[in-house]
Every structure is written in structure tokens, then in C-alpha cells.
Design a protein around this ligand. Structure first.
Ligand code: SAM
Ligand code: SF4
Length: 453
């Protein structure tokens, strides 16, 4: 049982830990020169991951927290795309070798804001710059409303292995309130076409915490997603951050669920997902027991990166496009977020990095603790300290943190057995709060995050 004091932590504003240190701690001290050196030094004995950010959509969803903009004509998309191809060629020259691509992820925004010809050209450019093979996983985020048949053919031709569809909720009243209307029939039709083209691995994104949602609507949405054969479902808690995304205020007159209602929604959703045969992975992913991600969880190989949970084992991630973040052995580097600044840098043949952070051994150690907690809901501090050659014993190294966890242990959010931390099932939604105890940057942080649950 969680104590009432512990339950108040549901409203704690903590990072999602898709990296550590987290993006608000990146600084302009890291720029093109650092990133170029880090790229030239990539270890080519392992495959790398590639992320492409496409910062365009046709229409704004009012809940959207992504880095995107609305393109009513193709002209700005074409202009962006020309720069993207230059950025890929620049990276190839900077790296100086043709690295093996393990995972490729097109995200955004909406990758299918690119027309079929440009999707095909992007795949060719990536294959020229990187080596693809039978093991390469190629995943694309898709807005089903705007996916056309020529794009499906281009994605198949490109070698796409998984399509991840933005669904959010199938209820018409919810869809209207969030300015994202897409019928079940429309999604079913696009899925049938994707499958006919051989793209059979399907994931879906859902959100809880939106206006007009109830246990009934969310259960119906899960049933419909399962009927459409989603192998993986990501169920995100709606992140209301109107200080960063002012358009989200458009949802407020519709009435946003409060903390108690959010907890009831997520509880109903979890029960339905379990009843439908999905295994819970980390905080917000669900997959069938025989899915690659569920296997990775069972075998302790699950990882967390900027796309959330992943089976991708690569330590190097090269991000392209505005705002994309790269992860190198030495640290993180984020591209300029503004299109014009990103384009200016690429036009001057500079790796378009605006900020980043060099990471220390201490960061790597803490990152491992946070990643294991976020993925496995447990972490053995002693084993992690030893594998990172920490100078002191785990109990000494993390003395302060263990002291600060005391309140959470009493509240039922975490158990400590020797050096082993474990998050009880009932406290899983609070893992970000427990992980934040190991975050050395958070105390001085001015960053505002979304609520924990
Ligand atoms: C880049 S979008 C997916 C592709 C495409 N743009 C679409 O919406 O269909 C990534 C996902 O982020 C999630 N998302 C966006 N804004 C969010 C927010 N404020 N809170 C929680 N999840 C959000 C949605 O589930 C969305 O499907
Ligand atoms: S949710 Fe997807 S389609 Fe909607 S505005 Fe955001 S990125 Fe675009």
C-alpha cells in the first residue's frame, strides 16, 4: 500500500529520463567543434542508431508537445528536406567512414509530411551514408490521417520494418476536443494497406489525461487498438506544459482531468491492456509476450533513449534535423531547434549543434542506475558501481541518496535490500520520482517538467 504522503508525489514534476543528464542541462559550451570531434571518434565496431526529425505536420493537435510546425504548402518542407540531405552528407564526411546502421527512426512532427519521392530520396541518402543489412531495424512514426498509398509504397521500398501510428483516442468526442479527428475505419484502412505492402509490425500511441476521457472511452480505445492488431502500445500520460506550448491552453475550456481522475484512467487502461494480453514495459509501453521488446525486458536488455523504450543496444545515436539530439561516448549534442539557425549552420558546412553536455564517469554511473530503474524497476547499486569501476562501495557512494530514499521506502514507493532497489508493482507509476533521487543536476534545475503520473 502506498501512504497518502507518497501519493502526493504523483504531482511531483520530474523528468522522463530519456537521457541523463537531461536536456534542460545542455549548454551552449558544446557546439559544432565538439560534435565533429565526437563524430570522428565513433567506435565503428558496433552499429549506430540514426534518428531523423521531421518538424512538420498538416494540422495542429491541441495537446501536442512535440517540436513541430504547421506546413500548409510543401515549399517549406522541400526547403527543409534539401538541408536534411546536406546534413546527412556532412555527417558522412565528418565521420570519415560508412558506419553500420542498427536502428533507424523517423520521428517528428510527422515523417509522412514528406512526400513519397522525398521519403524514397531520404532512404537512398541514408543508405549511401550508412551501411544497412538484414539486421537493420527501420521504424517510422506515422499520422494515419495524412498517409497516402504512394507513401506506403515508398516506405516499403525504403525497407521500413515497423510503423508506429499516432492514435491517441478513438472516441469521437475526445477527438473533437483535441482537434484530431480520425475514424476507426480510416485507421483500419491505412493499416490494411501497410500490411499489404509487407509492413506488418505495428505500434500505436495512446494518451490518457485528455478532456472527456473516462474509463469506458479508454477501455474502448484499447480494445479497438488490439482488434487492429497493435503489437505494441505506448500509453503516454498527457503532458500539459502550456508555458512551453501555449496552444495547449485550447484544451483547458474542455476540462482536463485532475490528478485523481488521471490515476483512475491510467489504472483502468493498465487493467484493460493486461486483459488484452499485453505485458507492461517500463512506465508507458506495452507489448505482446513474444514481442522483441518484451523479450529484451525479460533478458535485462531493455534500453531507454530519446524515443522512449527500445531494444536498440547502440551507445551511439546520430540525430538529424532541427532539435534532434545525438548521443556519443563523450556526451550529448543537440541540433539548433530553429529551422533557420539549423539551416544556416548546415549551409556553412558546420555540424548544426547548438548545445550539449560532456559527460563524466559519475554521470555514466548515475545514468546506469536511472536507466535500470526506468527499464527494470530495479537496480543493484553494487553491481552497477562495480561495472563502472567506482572508487568506493555503493553504500558509501550513494549514502546521501539512500538517506533521501528513506521517506519513499516508508511510503511504499521503493524497497531497499542491501544494495538492491526495487519498485513495487503498485508504485511503478512513481519510478521517475525514485530515479530523480540519483539525478545530481535536478536540485539546481530551473526546468519545469510534467507531472509524474
Ligand atoms: C511525433 S508524434 C507521432 C507521429 C504523428 N505526428 C502523429 O501524431 O500521428 C509522437 C507522439 O507523442 C505523443 N504526444 C504528443 N504530445 C503529447 C503530450 N503533450 N503529452 C503526451 N504525449 C504526447 C502522441 O501520442 C504522439 O503520437
Ligand atoms: S501529435 Fe503528431 S500530428 Fe499532432 S501536431 Fe503533434 S506531431 Fe503533429
Amino acid at each position: 500500500m502506498l501512504s497518502p504522503e507518497a501519493l502526493t508525489l504523483a504531482e511531483a514534476k520530474v523528468p522522463r529520463y530519456t537521457s541523463y543528464p537531461t536536456a534542460p542541462h545542455f549548454s551552449p559550451a558544446i557546439g559544432a567543434a565538439h560534435a565533429s570531434r565526437w563524430m570522428a571518434a565513433i567506435d565503428d565496431t558496433h552499429p549506430v542508431s540514426i534518428y531523423i526529425h521531421v518538424p512538420f505536420c498538416e494540422k495542429l493537435c491541441w495537446y501536442c508537445g512535440c517540436n513541430t510546425s504547421i506546413a500548409s504548402k510543401y515549399e517549406p518542407v522541400r526547403h527543409y528536406f534539401e538541408t536534411l540531405l546536406k546534413e546527412i552528407a556532412l555527417a558522412r564526411r565528418t565521420i570519415g567512414r560508412r558506419l553500420r546502421a542498427g536502428h533507424v527512426h523517423l520521428g517528428g512532427g510527422t515523417p509522412n509530411a514528406l512526400n513519397a519521392a522525398d521519403l524514397a530520396a531520404l532512404a537512398r541518402a541514408l543508405r549511401e551514408a550508412f551501411r544497412f543489412d538484414a539486421q537493420t531495424r527501420f521504424e517510422v512514426e506515422i499520422d494515419p490521417r495524412t498517409l497516402d498509398y504512394s507513401q506506403i509504397a515508398a516506405l516499403k521500398e525504403a525497407g521500413v520494418t515497423r510503423a508506429n501510428l499516432g492514435i491517441q483516442d478513438f472516441d469521437p468526442r475526445v477527438q473533437k476536443a483535441i482537434n484530431r479527428v480520425q475514424s476507426f475505419e480510416l485507421v483500419a484502412d491505412k493499416l490494411a494497406k501497410l500490411r499489404a505492402a509487407g509492413i506488418a509490425s505495428i505500434g500505436m500511441d495512446l494518451i490518457y489525461g485528455l478532456p472527456h476521457q473516462s474509463a469506458d472511452t479508454i477501455e474502448a480505445t484499447i480494445d479497438q487498438s488490439a482488434e487492429l492488431g497493435a503489437e505494441r502500445i505506448a500509453l503516454f500520460g498527457y503532458a500539459h506544459v502550456p508555458w512551453m506550448k501555449p496552444h495547449q491552453k485550447l484544451l483547458e475550456p474542455e476540462g482536463l482531468p485532475g490528478m485523481r481522475e488521471r490515476m483512475a484512467l491510467v489504472e483502468a487502461a493498465h487493467q484493460r491492456l493486461a486483459a488484452r494480453g499485453y505485458t507492461r514495459i517500463g512506465i508507458d509501453h506495452f507489448a505482446y509476450p513474444d514481442d522483441e521488446m518484451t523479450r529484451a525486458l525479460r533478458e535485462g536488455r531493455l534500453r531507454r533513449n530519446f524515443q522512449g523504450y527500445t531494444t536498440d543496444m547502440a551507445d551511439t545515436l546520430i540525430g538529424f534535423g532541427p532539435s534532434a539530439i545525438s548521443a556519443y561516448a563523450q556526451g550529448y549534442a543537440q541540433n539548433h531547434t530553429r529551422l533557420d539557425q539549423w539551416r544556416d549552420a548546415v549551409d556553412r558546412a558546420l555540424v548544426p549543434v547548438a548545445r550539449g553536455i560532456q559527460i563524466t564517469d559519475e554521470d555514466r554511473l548515475r545514468r546506469a542506475v536511472i536507466e535500470r530503474l526506468m527499464c527494470d524497476m530495479e537496480a543493484d547499486l553494487d553491481a552497477i558501481c562495480r561495472s563502472h569501476n567506482a572508487a568506493s562501495h555503493a553504500l558509501d557512494h550513494f549514502r546521501d541518496e539512500i538517506g533521501r530514499l528513506d521517506f519513499m521506502v516508508r511510503g511504499g514507493l521503493v524497497t531497499i535490500d542491501g544494495t538492491k532497489l526495487a519498485i513495487p508493482e503498485a508504485a511503478r507509476n512513481f519510478v521517475r520520482v525514485v530515479a530523480s533521487v540519483f539525478d545530481q543536476y535536478i536540485e539546481n534545475s530551473k526546468a519545469k517538467h510534467s507531472v509524474a503520473v
